[in-house]
Design a protein around this ligand. Structure first.
Ligand code: ASP
Length: 433
């Protein structure tokens, strides 16, 4: 019997999770077992396994990618990658800004919304304690964190920017000093990367189960009732995210990369579904790399450089969401932001999206930086908590998709003949690139 493709297995897991999650409640007990605790157990185990792959995968792929490139090729690739990331994030933010201004989800009489949507005190205090005291100065901190004082600590604490910076430097100097000993080091990292690729394949076999646990847990704890008053904001953010993913990025793929957008989309589906379920682009990185290499046909060298960098610095969905959310809060509180203030929102969204970690709910902190900068009340964050998880899942999928588009477009511009191979029953069965 032919094996069902991984992305279909994941889709079925999501549907089952929504169905089962909506008929269970947080305090339900079935034959002495709490379904919520079981979902949590399965989901956490899967997330842990994905996170376990990140540090060795990021280090080995960046280092071996850089070592393979060397010299001018590296500068060219680096320049193109950063340019692409800056442009696509800016495009995403401008789409968000236009949609939120056109729809105006927070305009009108929102006194009731502002009052009624305050979450319970405990949640509010917890969120505020995370975001209080943030201001535009935090952007400087993003750059300071880029240079870690201790690379082992950066890896242990999941400070991806620091780890990436060190790996980039390490790879650069490895490429420069080609002696017998450094060639051995190069081969070592290549070997680590090959092993990590195999290990990722193995972990992904459990994706449907892990995704089921994560989604069922979210549906059980969040429910649907609280959603209603925030529906218009939800629709606005969703529409803007969809416009970016289904109109803007496909146009870029077609016009700049000369790549068939729907084929690439299909090729990336396992990674996007995983991003959707985990709400973490870092945790999805192993699978993003796998799909881009084996289903979209990008070389290991290009994807090993572009994708780990993108998972941390390129977050189109997050940048767009930050802008929509800050504008929405301003509208709810009846503040009309001037052009200058809106420009500031755009710039801070762009800069903070670089520093936002690829983990669930990370953008809430960045949004608080924007709120502080334009003088909006931090309590506004409370409004966002209601819809945050679901929008987080969607914006993370957009983040991952945009990274993959960058990889394909850049590979094409480097003269690679990317061959999109979709339709294979299982992405993990593709021959190595
Ligand atoms: N969850 C997002 C990600 O991992 C970050 C965020 O927007 O909160 O890409």
């Amino acid at each position: 019997m032919p094996k069902l493709a991984l992305h279909w297995q994941i889709v079925i897991a999501i549907v089952l999770a929504v169905l089962i999650g909506s008929v269970t409640s947080a305090d339900a007990v079935v034959i002495g077992i709490s379904p919520l605790a079981t979902f949590d157990f399965i989901g956490t185990l899967f997330l842990n396994a994905l996170k376990m792959l990140i540090v060795p995968l990021v280090m080995s792929s960046i280092i071996s990618g850089m070592a393979g490139l060397g010299g001018p090729g590296l500068e060219r690739l680096g320049g193109k990658t950063l340019l692409f990331y800056a442009c696509s994030s800016l495009l995403a933010i401008l789409i968000g800004l236009t949609v939120v201004n056109l729809i105006g989800p927070g305009t009108g009489d929102n006194q009731a919304l502002a009052e009624s949507m305050r979450p319970d005190d405990a949640t509010m205090t917890e969120t505020l304690s995370k975001v209080e005291g943030r201001d535009a100065g935090d952007i400087v901190e993003v750059f300071i964190r880029m240079v870690p004082t201790n690379v082992v600590a950066a890896a242990a604490e999941g400070q991806m920017l620091g780890l990436i910076f060190f790996s980039l430097l390490f790879g650069f100097f490895l490429a420069k000093s080609q002696s017998d000993t450094t060639r051995t080091v190069s081969q070592f990292f290549q070997g680590v990367m090959d092993i990590m690729t195999e290990l990722t394949m193995w972990v992904m076999k459990f994706a449907p189960l892990g995704v089921f646990g994560l989604v069922a847990e979210t549906v059980t704890t969040t429910g649907f009732a609280a959603f209603k008053p925030m529906a218009l904001f939800f629709v606005t953010a969703l529409l803007a995210l969809m416009l970016h993913a289904f109109v803007a990025l496909p146009l870029v793929l077609r016009l700049v990369g000369k790549v068939h957008p729907s084929k690439h989309f299909a090729a990336m589906s396992p990674a996007m579904l995983t991003a959707f379920s985990t709400a973490s682009s870092s945790a999805t990185l192993p699978l993003t790399m796998k799909c881009v290499q084996e289903r979209s046909g990008v070389s290991k060298q290009t994807s090993g450089f572009v994708l780990p960098l993108g998972a941390t610095v390129n977050m189109d969905g997050t940048a767009l969401y930050e802008c929509v959310a800050a504008m929405f809060i301003a509208q709810v509180y009846g503040l009309d932001l001037s052009f200058g203030q809106q420009f500031m929102v755009v710039m801070i969204a762009l800069l903070t999206s670089i520093g936002v970690a690829g983990i669930p709910a990370a953008s809430l902190v960045a949004i608080s930086v924007i709120l502080a900068a334009v003088g909006l009340p931090l309590e506004g964050i409370g409004l966002l908590l209601v819809t945050d998880r679901v929008l987080d899942m969607i914006r993370t999928a957009v983040n991952v998709y945009s990274d993959s588009c960058a990889a394909v477009v850049i590979a094409r511009s480097e003269g690679e003949h990317t061959h999109i191979a979709v339709g294979d029953p299982n992405p993990t069965h593709f021959p190595k690139a």
